[in-house]
Unconditional design. Structure first.
Length: 649
């Protein structure tokens, strides 16, 4: 800050500083950056139609200038006047610098997307995108809307990355981080590669550039110019940006107060805000960083070197995804495609963002166009295969796409999710032996725990076996209580099934059913009591008294009814962090459950326990409905901290 700022303004700024957790950082005020792109104008303060007046003098502040007889005045008074005027101009310049990127980015308003769930975690710390006004930078995705289905909430999953925290005490953050370290993480594909329809005109400006292989360290690339007049300031800022980003921000602001369009300082300012957001877990500074990145891209695109444009764009997209601003990222994707038209990476990246937004037709178009130009692009092949399988149920063509894509071994294609869906597609077209070969290959690649245990969200140290005895679970007392009260539980279930509650039973929603009719009624979901419990109070009272079931955020409690002639495809649950128990309520003859290589049946009034992360398959060859109560419980080897902090599935 200039030392000539007027005293009253100093006091006002000190008042604004009070209460800030960041000490000397001011809330940016003043002019809004004006962008050429329509969507970017919207992403700044949409409530304001006018640009605030900059540097207007406080009404209580008067400057008295002595006029000596009206003929030119005293020379000393004139000097003082112009000094004060210069100080005022300097203050205005500083306010202008601080105002850049000060308004809010547009908030996401997308519908619930199965693809958002599926891909969550493939990109750094992507949170759930449900239109929260202030999406926390690090948080659990508890509030995702849930589908009502049985065995698989499954491979929609998309788990948060290992740095997922609840915004609580810092000690709890550290505890959760330790827990998440335990969990097996899927290596995220290098999501990047986008396609567009060349309608990004007027958004982020970009000129075509020759493709270059740049070696980057993850930070924004800047050129060191030996005769740079700010070289000492830049050196200080770069040294401070990781450990003390507040000091770095001040230094960049000092540079910008002298030269407003200094590209390196503008980029540095965005990076410093980005670092502050990470350290403070602050949504405000996250949005400030995003707006500063966008300001650079929209007003200084022609001044950026190719590597600068690339680095700023990719970091801005990453931060937008992190904050849930997927729609805002689309224009930047398109600018990258326009500038680097011969690199499929940026087209594929756009396709993935469309999948996050559940804009399937757009994603399909992008991937299809990419494959016309690059027919052997592995990343595009596996993602197009994913759409063919999960949206079109075109298992044969999807399998071909998966196989072709995986065989390229390109970054992002050796992923458990693609191996899982490939094997499932092969099973459904009668190529079960080939499916098992791919599962074996997945084990060799480190994607699955075994060819039968193919869950994707795991704590690797946990004991894994298909079937469990009551004593092995350590929950034998609870299971005895269920068995003791099984008739009351059965009566509640039948009353629902035979009365008005029948409409509460929902069809299985994960396309796991081959033939027949299979429905379920949720009582607990992701550790939360469902309103359906009002219709089954006794059953829910038993569950609520047993915390390993009622707090199991990676499981459900539900009534499951299956009608004759039903077959459920072989499938695996999403996580090895739970065990699944079935209490037999109404069990006709000729009903069977296979887990891995052993097949058993149910018995009325008895609890069976299995690990549903292992492949399991169901047949109902009887003549009347089968009714069971499904109760998921935490794996007994999980610690209390793990149970508290593992993300919901």
């Amino acid at each position: 800050m200039s030392g000539d700022v007027q005293p009253r303004k100093r006091k006002d700024k000190r008042k604004k500083k009070e209460g800030s957790s960041l000490g000397n950082i001011h809330e940016p005020i003043g002019v809004q950056p004006r962008f050429k792109g329509k969507s970017f104008e919207k992403s700044f303060d949409e409530d304001s139609d006018t640009t605030p007046v900059i540097g207007s003098v406080d009404q209580g502040e008067k400057i008295h200038v002595h006029n000596d007889h009206g003929v030119g005045g005293n020379i000393c008074v004139k000097i003082i006047f112009f000094c004060l005027l210069g100080a005022l101009v300097a203050a205005v310049a500083i306010i202008f610098i601080h105002s850049r990127g000060s308004t809010d980015v547009d908030l996401p308003s997308i519908e619930e997307s199965r693809f958002a769930d599926y891909f969550t975690g493939w990109l750094d710390d992507a949170p759930d995108d449900h239109g929260h006004d202030e999406p926390e930078i690090i948080h659990d995705d508890d509030d995702e809307g849930h589908d009502e289905h049985d065995e698989e909430d499954d491979h929609r999953g998309g788990e948060e990355q290992s740095e997922e925290h609840e915004d609580e005490e810092h000690e709890e953050d550290a505890a959760e981080e330790a827990v998440r370290e335990e969990e097996k993480e899927e290596h995220s594909p290098e999501v990047g590669e986008n396609e567009e329809e060349d309608n990004a005109d007027g958004e982020v400006e970009a000129e075509k550039a020759p493709e270059q292989e740049e070696q980057r360290d993850g930070n924004v690339v800047v050129d060191e110019i030996e005769n740079d007049p700010f070289i000492k300031e830049y050196k200080f800022a770069e040294e401070q940006i990781d450990d003390n980003p507040i000091a770095a921000l001040k230094k960049y602001d000092a540079i910008l107060s002298r030269k407003q369009d200094e590209i390196r300082a503008l980029i540095g300012r965005a990076r410093a805000l980005d670092k502050i957001a990470e350290k403070e877990k602050s949504n405000h500074y996250l949005k400030e960083a995003i707006n500063n990145y966008k300001f650079v891209l929209t007003t200084h695109a022609h001044s950026l070197k190719d590597e600068q444009f690339l680095d700023v764009s990719e970091r801005c997209i990453e931060r937008m995804r992190f904050g849930g601003y997927f729609k805002s990222a689309i224009d930047i994707h398109k600018a990258l495609i326009k500038k680097f038209p011969n690199n499929p990476k940026y087209r594929n990246d756009l396709a993935v963002t469309y999948l996050f937004l559940n804009e399937i037709p757009s994603a399909r178009t992008v991937l299809n166009e990419t494959l016309k130009t690059w027919p052997k692009n592995g990343f595009a092949l596996v993602h197009y295969g994913f759409i063919l399988k999960t949206v079109d149920n075109n298992h044969a063509e999807a399998a071909d796409m998966f196989i072709a894509g995986i065989k390229t071994k390109e970054p992002g294609v050796i992923d458990g999710r693609f191996f899982f869906h490939l094997g499932d597609a092969l099973n459904r077209i009668g190529r079960g032996k080939e499916a098992m070969e791919w599962y074996d290959q997945g084990v060799k690649e480190g994607l699955f725990l075994s060819k039968y245990q193919r869950s994707l969200y795991n704590v690797n140290r946990l004991k894994g076996q298909p079937w469990w005895t009551h004593d092995e679970t350590t929950y034998q007392d609870f299971f005895k209580k269920l068995e003791k009260n099984w008739q009351k539980i059965r009566d509640e279930g039948l009353a629902l099934l035979n009365g008005k509650g029948v409409n509460l039973f929902k069809q299985e929603a994960e396309n796991l059913k081959d033939t027949g009719d299979w429905r379920q009624l949720d009582l607990y979901f992701r550790g939360r009591r469902h309103s359906n419990c009002d219709q089954a109070p006794y059953t829910c009272s038993l569950i609520s008294s047993f915390h390993p079931a009622s707090t199991c955020t990676r499981g459900q409690v539900k009534f499951s009814v299956m009608l004759p002639s039903t077959h459920v495809w072989p499938h695996c649950g999403p996580t090895n962090c739970r065990l699944r128990s079935h209490l037999g309520l109404v069990i006709p003859k000729n009903t069977f459950l296979r887990v891995a290589e052993e097949t058993r049946s149910w018995e009325e009034g008895k609890v069976i326990v299995f690990d549903d992360s292992f492949e399991h398959e169901v047949w109902h060859n009887g003549t009347s409905a089968r009714l069971v109560l499904i109760v998921d419980v935490w794996h007994p080897e999980l610690t209390p901290q793990e149970r508290k902090y593992l993300s919901p599935i």
